[in-house]
Design a protein around this ligand. Structure first.
Ligand SMILES: Nc1ncnc2c1ncn2[C@@H]1O[C@H](COP(=O)(O)OP(=O)(O)OP(=O)(O)O)[C@@H](O)[C@H]1O
Ligand SMILES: [Mg+2]
Length: 269
């Protein structure tokens, strides 16, 4: 369904008098994503995960390579195909607050894609929005509240409701749980798992959080310095990997029991 083929990217260098060197970010990235699969994209900060996410979403044209969705090139297809790709591929980002217009109500935010892509009667639109609110664990009566009246976790549920409104085939989740507390992270992960079971969507789950990637993904790609350095065909395979970066990421998890707490006094910090 999604075919990322030999994608490389560099950002143009800035500078007014002297043009600075271009910043290489992605090098020859290739992978495919099949329907209904959750692919984790794991890597430390600055490895190019969000850049790759933006390229897949059609927001950043790659300097080399191709991204195809359902056989159509995401950058060079005709307008009709691009319109359909925009509908089928949705996104949820880390910052739930900046992803919404603070002046709009929950109903207007969730209803926006429906207004853009479907011609519904006002009554039908209202019914769909109420249904979506309930699907993400909010209440139909929340429809007239504005973003300031919601907690971060609730607002991320609104972003998820907006992303699933058109029943897309793929959702790119870029650090979608990273700004939430542990309880909300767990709840949102289980909501995402439930929605995937209900609708059979695919997810590209971008994260630097090993545990979250292990919890939700079927396959996991590990990136380092703009390259794919390891692909795990299951969460179990990731845990068993001997790749030094994977072992480093796994070892970097915080200890779960106080008896294993870090000894700061002996650290070199
Ligand atoms: N618009 C831009 N212009 C120039 N350089 C950029 C731009 N966006 C990102 N970069 C650079 O590209 C590299 C990769 O950034 P990117 O945001 O894709 O990484 P990331 O893996 O998503 O990191 P994080 O885990 O912190 O979100 C970084 O060195 C970053 O500084
Ligand atoms: Mg990022």
């Amino acid at each position: 369904m999604l075919d990322v083929s030999h994608v490389s990217h560099h950002y143009a260098g800035g500078g007014r008098l002297w043009r600075k060197a271009a910043v290489p970010v992605l090098h020859d990235i290739s992978f495919t994503l099949e329907p209904g699969v959750c692919l984790g994209l794991l890597g430390v900060s600055g490895t190019g995960k969000s850049t790759l996410g933006k390229i897949i979403l059609g927001l950043q044209r790659p300097t080399a390579g191709r991204v195809c969705f359902a056989g159509h090139d995401c950058y060079t297809s005709d307008r009709r195909s691009l319109h359909s790709i925009r509908r089928e591929v949705q996104a949820v980002f880390q910052d739930c607050y900046s992803a919404v217009n603070p002046l709009m109500t929950a109903g207007q935010i969730i209803g926006e894609p429906l207004r853009n892509y479907e011609r519904l009667s006002p009554l039908e639109q209202k019914r769909r929005v109420a249904e979506l609110l309930e699907q993400v664990g909010l209440q139909a009566s929340d429809v007239d509240k504005r973003p300031a009246a919601f907690s971060g976790g609730q607002l991320q549920r609104i972003n998820i409701a907006r992303a699933i409104a058109l029943r897309p085939k793929l959702i790119v989740l870029d650090e979608a749980i990273s700004s939430l507390d542990m309880v909300n992270q767990t709840q949102i992960l289980s909501l995402l798992a439930q929605l995937r079971a209900d609708y059979g969507m695919s997810y590209l789950f971008i994260t630097h959080h090993v545990q979250a990637a292990l919890t939700i993904s079927d396959r996991i790609i590990v990136m380092d310095a703009g390259q794919i350095v390891y692909t795990a065909n299951s969460p179990q395979a990731l845990m068993k990997s001997q790749h030094p970066l994977v072992q480093q990421l796994i070892a970097a998890r915080l200890p779960e029991h106080p008896s294993r707490r870090l000894d700061w006094s002996s650290s070199s910090l």
